[in-house]
Design a protein around this ligand. Structure first.
Ligand code: FE2
Length: 191
């Protein structure tokens, strides 16, 4: 575990404790997402707690820092740091996830397969602003593409997933239907 996560900031510590309780008492994913969304909204309502070391952009690609891995493997909390103009390919998660915008602005575009198996944008792109939270999961829509909407600033979102997401086998897709397996890992954890 990285040193920065051994004594998390009080806001993050409170979030982790409340999320842990919410997961323990949620009967299903819908209840869990409904209970966890306001907790993440409260966490990203204040941009004063993320250590600088876990907010660093990489010049060539976006990067993810592990903030907390639940000892029981039920969830992980990650900072997702976008350099100016950086974005993801089309990808899935395979588990529930919540994205809370902490700093800057990102844009998410959901995708769905057409009859020929190609991925097509589903609905309009959605901008996420500080304090706002969106959900992904196989049941609410799991395939999307995300980018930093700001061409000249770093953007940071805080992600929560229903697994240790850096170890999860998932997929990158091309619009023509191609699939490539990937495991995202963490910038601050040696595999
Ligand atoms: Fe994603």
């Amino acid at each position: 575990m990285p040193n920065e996560t051994s004594t998390p900031a009080p806001r993050l510590q409170q979030f982790i404790a409340q999320l842990s309780d919410t997961i323990a008492r949620s009967a299903d994913e819908a209840a869990l997402l409904a209970g966890a969304t306001p907790l993440l909204q409260a966490l990203v309502a204040h941009d004063d707690w993320l250590p600088q070391a876990l907010a660093q952009p990489h010049p060539a690609h976006y990067q993810q820092f592990l903030l907390h891995a639940d000892p029981a493997g039920r969830f992980s909390v990650v900072s997702f740091v976008w350099g100016p103009g950086q974005g993801t390919p089309i990808h899935d998660h395979t588990v529930w996830g919540l994205i809370g915008m902490l700093r800057g602005t990102e844009e998410g575009q959901h995708f769905a397969r057409d009859a020929e198996g190609r991925w097509r944008p589903e609905g309009p792109p959605q901008a996420l602003h500080p304090g706002e939270v969106q959900a992904v999961s196989p049941s609410v829509g799991d395939v999307h593409r995300v980018r930093n909407l700001l061409a000249d600033q770093v953007s940071i979102s805080i992600h929560v997933y229903g697994a240790d997401i850096g170890k999860v086998q998932r997929h990158v897709f091309t619009e023509d239907g191609g699939v490539k397996p990937f495991v995202s890992g963490y910038a601050n954890v040696t595999p």
